[in-house]
Structures are given as C-alpha cells and as structure tokens.
Design a binder for this molecule. Structure first.
Ligand code: SF4
Ligand code: SF4
Length: 383
C-alpha cells in the first residue's frame, strides 16, 4: 500500500514537472485501497503515467543505454524499453537502532524490528509499557493518512494521562517477601517488562510499573514473590473449594486467563451456549501466572482433569506470558506421565475472548474423554 502510492506520487510529480517525460510504473498488483486513492491512481493515468503489469526480468546496460526487459502479463507480450532512469521502489524497513531504542524504553520489537503494539486491532498505538505510545511507521509501514490518525490517537492517549494528574496502577502487582528471597535472579530474567531488580541478593519490584502478569511468581522457586490479590495461598484456597464437591464426575478444574479464555467462558455463558457443568474455573490474570504446582494440587485434591487456558499464542496481553506457560506446561505434561497419570487428564488450550463456542466445545470434549478414562487415580490402580 505504501510502496504503490509513493511510486504513483513520485511519478505524478515527475509528470507535472516534465510533461514530455515518458513514465511507466511496473507493478504486480496496485494497492490503492484508501479514501480517494483510486482517484489518485486514475489521475496519474490521465497525466500520462503508464502502468505495466508484470515483473521486470532484467535491467541491462548496453552501449551506454539502460534497457529493461519485461513481460506485459496483460497482453502476454515480451518487451524491451530503453530508459534514462530506473528506480526500484523498495519495501520500508525499521531503523537499524530500533532494538536498542526498544531496550531503553522497554518496548518489544517484532522479528522485522518494528515496535510491537499492545494489540494490532484493539490497541494499535499502545505498547506493553504503560505511558509509551507509538504511531505511524514505528509499528510498521504506514501511509501518511494512517500515520496522522495514529499520531493524533497517541497524543490524545498521552494527554488523557497527563490531564488526570495521577495514574491508575494495577491492583494486582508483584511484591517480594524478603525473608524468602535468596536473590537467585530468576524473576529478574523472566520479567519481560524489566520491573524487577536484584541487588544485594534481594529482589525488589517497581510496583507502580508492574503489570501484574505473575510470570515472575510462577517462576520463583521459593514462593518469595507474590501478586496482590492472586497470591499462591489465595489460588490454593480456590483449588480446595473447587475440588470440595466430590459428587460430580468428571470434575475439571480450569485455570483461565482473565483477558481471553475467562472472557470466552463468560461469552459462552452470555450467549447461552450449552456445555457440561463439570468445570470449575479459577481466574488468573495471565496463563504465565499458573504455577505447575496448582495443576498437581488440583489433581491431588481429586480433580479428574485440569484445563490450563490463555490467550492465543502471539496475542498475550503481557507479550510472553502464554509462551512461559507453554514451556512450563510441556514439562509438567511429561512429569504427569512419569508419575503414571494418563496424559489426557491435562489439557492446554489457547482461546480468544471471542471464542465462546470453542471454549464450550473444549469442555464438552474433555468431559467425554475423562468419562472414558475414568475417575482420577484409576490408571494408577491398574498399574
Ligand atoms: S526468583 Fe524468587 S528467590 Fe529468586 S530473586 Fe526472584 S524473588 Fe528472589
Ligand atoms: S508481575 Fe509481571 S510485570 Fe510484574 S514484576 Fe512480575 S513479571 Fe514483571
């Protein structure tokens, strides 16, 4: 979109300045999808710019002349033209220093080095770092119109923070229990937002800037870092309550992330989608908060199956929370098999907030499968 329109603009400028010049644009597909873009494309044609569909096969220098060879794919003819100037319209690239800037500002970059927005559709000018906004080509190639719109949106978002004179912080932020911390530094490495520092063998959290994802809490080997309102103790109490009701078979404990899978479960309810009542959902802010010991505890307390679910991979509200969860749950799956459990008792699913039907389908299928396997422990007795 950017390359097509920029080429058309340059061709028109040349045509206006040098009316006798013969200008052609070789293209595969013209992308003129935008307000008045099609009209702009037509104006270029009216100004005499030729549009030739087909890839240029070769640019040749011969007797001081530049010759291009190409096939016009609309007429099927193979052609050659002598030109004075050949311009290659190349793709836009991110600045080579963008990774370094990202490190300084705590912004994630994509493999193509452009900055990653918090969500490409819902939060295109926000980043995963609160108070830092991006606009225009910072997050990928954009035409001027979109860049201006994004610039205005980013300015409005920044203004709304400044205007308030105070900032809201997450009620669920991490805090350290110094007596339990041995300064191993695991939490510091895992926090993708750089909110933890270990000094003098003790971790400390920037609680105002902490996002509350809980990835650090699930990783700490000593239980020394906790999330307010989502402490290990509070989640374990919920597991105890969820597994108290012994009459339902199979009983499933679901650990669902607040942003996607819990919202999907909610949606399934509000859409009145019918699915079995065998699941007891425990909400966490991110799948990265789910400590494998929660799964073991649920099974130990009599759950016949456990579902761990978060946002679809690549769509984590906290960037890499669900990636951390994937790694942990892969290891946990192997441990469960080593312990003699049927691996089908443990499921991991990535569900978007809009996928209420998918959530219901997963629960239905899981219940069916657990009925085939039998109550928790039946496979252990067989051995
Ligand atoms: S992972 Fe736990 S024990 Fe290690 S530094 Fe962080 S809080 Fe301390
Ligand atoms: S809760 Fe998340 S953002 Fe906060 S310190 Fe832990 S890993 Fe970092």
């Amino acid at each position: 979109k950017v390359c097509c329109m920029a080429s058309i603009k340059n061709a028109m400028k040349l045509a206006e300045k040098y009316p006798d010049a013969r200008i052609s644009i070789h293209y595969i597909d013209i992308r003129a999808g935008g307000e008045m873009y099609e009209e702009y494309y037509k104006r270029a044609q009216e100004l005499g710019v030729s549009f030739i569909r087909g890839r240029v096969a070769e640019v040749e220098e011969s007797d001081g002349k530049t010759i291009i060879h190409y096939e016009d794919t609309l007429s099927g003819e193979k052609c050659s033209d002598i030109t004075d100037l050949v311009v290659l319209a190349i793709g836009m690239e991110a600045d080579k220093d963008s990774r370094q800037i990202g490190k300084m500002l705590n912004l994630s970059t994509r493999p193509d080095r452009f900055f990653q927005s918090a969500h490409p559709k819902m939060r295109p000018v926000e980043t995963h770092t609160k108070g830092i906004f991006i606009a225009g080509c910072a997050s990928g190639p954009k035409e001027i119109q979109v860049s201006i719109e994004q610039g205005s949106a980013a300015a409005a978002k920044a203004l709304s923070l400044l205007y308030k004179g105070e900032i809201d912080i997450e009620p669920a932020s991490a805090y350290v229990i110094p007596d339990l911390c041995d300064g191993c530094g695991i939490c510091e490495k895992i926090c993708d937002f750089g909110r933890i520092k270990v000094t003098d063998r003790k971790a400390s959290v920037d609680e105002v800037a902490c996002r509350g994802c809980g990835a650090c809490t699930a990783a700490c080997p000593n239980g020394a870092i906790q999330i307010r309102n989502y402490t290990d103790e509070q989640i374990l109490s919920q597991i105890t309550e969820a597994t108290k009701e012994g009459s339902e078979f199979p009983l499933i404990v679901g650990f669902l992330c607040h942003w996607c899978s819990y919202a999907a479960a909610d949606l399934a309810g509000s859409l009145r989608i019918q699915y079995p009542t065998n699941i007891r959902n425990i909400r966490v802010l991110c799948a990265g908060r789910i400590n494998p010991s929660f799964v073991l505890e649920a099974l130990r307390r009599g759950a016949d199956g456990v579902l761990v679910s978060g946002c679809r991979l690549g769509e984590c509200h906290y960037t890499i929370g669900n990636i951390c969860a994937v790694q942990r749950m892969n290891v946990l799956g192997k441990i469960l098999v080593d312990l003699g459990f049927d691996e089908r008792r443990f499921r991991v699913a990535w569900i978007a907030a809009s996928e209420g039907l998918k959530f219901a389908g997963i629960v239905e299928d899981f219940v069916k499968q657990l009925k085939e396997i039998g109550p928790i422990g039946s496979e252990l007795k067989q051995e």
